[in-house]
Ligand binder design. Sequence first.
Ligand SMILES: Cc1cc2nc3c(=O)[nH]c(=O)nc-3n(C[C@H](O)[C@H](O)[C@H](O)COP(=O)(O)OP(=O)(O)OC[C@H]3O[C@@H](n4cnc5c(N)ncnc54)[C@H](O)[C@@H]3O)c2cc1C
Length: 398
Amino acid sequence: MPASSTSSSAAARVDVAVVGAGVAGLAAALGCAQQGLKVALIGPAARAHAPSAAAPFDVRIYAIAPGATALLAQLGAWNKIDAARVCRVERMRVFGDAGEALTFDAYAAAVERLATIVEEGELLRVLAAACDYQPALRRESAPLAALRADADAARIELDDGRTIEARVVIGADGAQSAVRAAIGANADVHDYRQQGVVANFACEHPHQDTAFQWFTDEGVLALLPLPGERVSMVWSAPDALSAQLMQLAPEALAARVTQRSGHALGALASIGAAHAFPLRRIRVDRLVAPRVALLGDAAHVVHPLAGQGLNLGLLDVSEWLRVLAAREPFRDPGDLVLLRRYERARAEPLALMRWTTDGLSRLFAADDPWVRRLRNTGLAAVERIAPLKRALIRHALG
Ligand SMILES: Cc1cc2nc3c(=O)[nH]c(=O)nc-3n(C[C@H](O)[C@H](O)[C@H](O)COP(=O)(O)OP(=O)(O)OC[C@H]3O[C@@H](n4cnc5c(N)ncnc54)[C@H](O)[C@@H]3O)c2cc1C
């Protein structure tokens, strides 16, 4: 990435420059500002919700695990989410392709809920509003154009030619991260040759706060509960099938999903257009470099079958804020020792999630009859072993 050419006297100076104003970037910028640091949040504002009860539900819907919810609560943003637009997940039912079912239940696990379903637009709205109230947080809507960082300082050039000097740069600029490219981190990209087809439906029977997931020979189909008798679909479908699904008229797609879900919620009816997202895994060889840290999708992209991508990103933010708050008084926020502490703390949870989501997606994509038998026997076994089920739930809660 080209180095900045503007003279250093013109540069604005901040403690932390966060690049990327998605959910992870907003949360990171807010948390740093709340610790009394001077923050620049760089990048165009993402499409947030206008606060309206009547607005149709976003097509980008996340199952947020309690670990990530705790961060949003600590930031003072969670209680600002419109309660009428979220749905708790009390139960999760997972079906194999031979009909075996695995049920996770909040009561049985003695937890308040398994997850909360929330719209991306709503998360963006509350986090952006909270950022607006931080006097030491300045928003720069121009994207990052260039970054040069060394042991002494990091220098950012914006697309409009202005420059910013920061003691630490947080790269929260998503899967195609320019910050990651600028530090020369290697990103190993695996294309699953699947698309995540998402759409919302009204359902005939109440979902009773249950999330459903079917591992099928046509990919992984998930129906997440929305407020009222509505559900949000994520169908991780092979490329050819997803192209077919995207060509269906809305009611034909609803009929196809009704059939594929075995009428579990009765007949489904379309309440919005479908969208498709290419599914990839991105493994990044390092999360930090002198004066730079990566988090969120800039640091890792996983298959959405476990609904954990944003959860991981928010737990990155949580860890970074913990390391920052616990720093010795003589360390500045970009001290390499702090960056390494952050990287070490995230290594194991990230590897475990990558291993789990990648393994499950390969296991259920395999056509071999022995693999098919093994995976269904595995599902049935987990259902019968209560401590194993509890351990899986604890892990998924973050
Ligand atoms: C089908 C599907 C379903 C999913 N379901 C779930 C789920 O249920 N639960 C879950 O936890 N996760 C889920 N995920 C994953 C989740 O979508 C991502 O992990 C999450 O959106 C990443 O957030 P982020 O803030 O890190 O990145 P992004 O949302 O990509 O934000 C990056 C931001 O950086 C900005 N940017 C880019 N380049 C620059 C630049 N040069 N300068 C400045 N700004 C820049 C962009 O404009 C953007 O605003 C799902 C993903 C898919 C595809």
